[in-house]
Design a protein around this ligand. Structure first.
Ligand code: BEZ
Ligand code: FE
Length: 290
């Protein structure tokens, strides 16, 4: 194939890609090439702009480490993560909605008994969280595995702190609901935070006059053998940034009241000399499709 020009190049690439062993790969690459080429045509992309794009993607790759996932941030801030999540988790009415996974989940979080303080020494306002895991018919889902992770009162996850400051894990835990689907634990109230914005994605947001902030939230991942895995957050009613989340993750059904209480007695019946918050949030799992 020679003398390809702006009118013939797309078809030539598609023809060259036409014979992979994997049919799904062929489908995805065909669509990707068509959309990339259409984008360059539609915008009349200049060589300088194309180089800027290459430099940007290079910087996105170069800043990535096992602790820093800039490509997830890019996908999140462009709404791609929310699109992929939404189209892969269409559920019956009544099921808890899923939202973005984010880059701050880590494998190997410690297991705690129900009722434990999972903040492991983080300073902050005490927060008592409880609820029930149920199925679509309202029956309890026994013994679901519930993983939680959260930012601290300054808006930082443990993995964002210098090694040794946070210990191994803080503000993350694996719990198991009881036989009636109930779960409960103690932690501290997490605050709003800006997504990491000292890299290329931060520069992109700045160039677009966008802020990097996320509304306060608590992450949950709930796993039970007969149900679809649920990855979601619970957001704070009345909190800032609910309508301008930098990563487009807010869903009305995931906003709940984080109730404020005066000092006195905590939900476990223990005396408490500072104000504290409680959250009561139930989850409804979607049956696994067979
Ligand atoms: C998070 O909620 O942890 C998160 C999600 C997307 C981008 C950055 C952070
Ligand atoms: Fe988060």
């Amino acid at each position: 194939m020679r003398n390809l020009d702006e009118h013939t190049i797309t078809q030539a690439v598609l023809a060259r890609n036409a014979q992979p062993d994997n049919e799904r790969l062929r489908e995805i690459m065909t669509s990707l090439v068509q959309h990339l080429h259409a984008f360059a045509r539609e915008t009349h992309l200049t060589e300088a702009e194309w180089e800027t794009g290459i430099e940007f993607l290079t910087a996105v790759g170069q800043i990535c480490t096992p602790q820093r996932q800039e490509f997830i941030l890019l996908s999140d801030t462009l709404g791609l993560s929310t699109l992929v999540t939404a189209q892969n988790h269409k559920k019956p009415e009544g099921c808890t909605e899923a939202t973005v996974f984010g880059p701050f989940h880590v494998q190997g979080a410690p297991s705690f008994d129900l009722g434990a303080d999972i903040s492991t020494g983080l300073p902050g306002t005490p927060w008592f969280v409880k609820g029930q895991v149920r199925d679509i018919h309202g029956a309890p889902v026994p013994h679901a595995v519930i993983e939680v992770w959260q930012a601290d009162e300054a808006g930082f996850y443990d993995v964002q702190k210098p090694a040794g400051v946070a210990g191994d894990y803080q503000g993350r835990a694996v719990l198991q609901a009881d036989a009636y689907g109930h779960y409960h634990f103690k932690t501290i109230v997490p605050e709003c935070y800006p997504i990491p914005h000292d890299g290329p994605v931060g520069k992109m947001l700045e160039a677009l006059n966008r802020h990097p902030w996320r509304p306060a939230h608590l992450h949950f991942m709930i796993v039970s053998p007969d149900h679809e895995r649920l990855v979601t957050h619970v957001f704070r009613e009345g909190g800032e940034y609910l309508d301008s989340d930098a990563v487009f993750g807010v869903r009305s059904s995931l906003i709940a009241e984080w109730q404020r209480h005066e000092p006195g007695t905590d939900p476990y019946g223990n005396p408490i000399d500072q104000l504290f918050y409680t959250l009561d949030f139930d989850f409804v799992l979607n049956p696994r499709s067979r």
